[in-house]
Design a protein around this ligand. Structure first.
Ligand SMILES: [Zn+2]
Length: 80
């Protein structure tokens, strides 16, 4: 199924993703989206994994099927 919407970007660069697309991809408030761009296109996709503490999708370490980013892991180690 292909969804096509036309949306205006607001002054601060925000873009609304329509409810039909959010429902189709099971995107909820608080989910992390990965945004990639080349010279012509922007691709937005749901990030597969995110840190359980800060929701970052980057530099993840997996432990017991949960993810923690390296920054939070370092902070956790310093707090011991
Ligand atoms: Zn984190």
């Amino acid at each position: 199924m292909i969804f096509t919407n036309f949306r205006e970007i607001d002054k601060t660069g925000r873009l609304v993703i329509s409810k039909d697309i959010r429902n189709h991809l099971n995107i909820k408030a608080g989910d992390i989206l990965q945004i990639e761009a080349d010279d012509e296109c922007i691709t937005i996709k749901k990030a597969e994994s995110k840190c359980v503490f800060c929701n970052s999708p980057e530099n993840l370490i997996e432990f017991n099927k949960k993810y923690i980013c390296k920054d939070c892991f370092a902070k956790l180690m310093q707090s011991q």
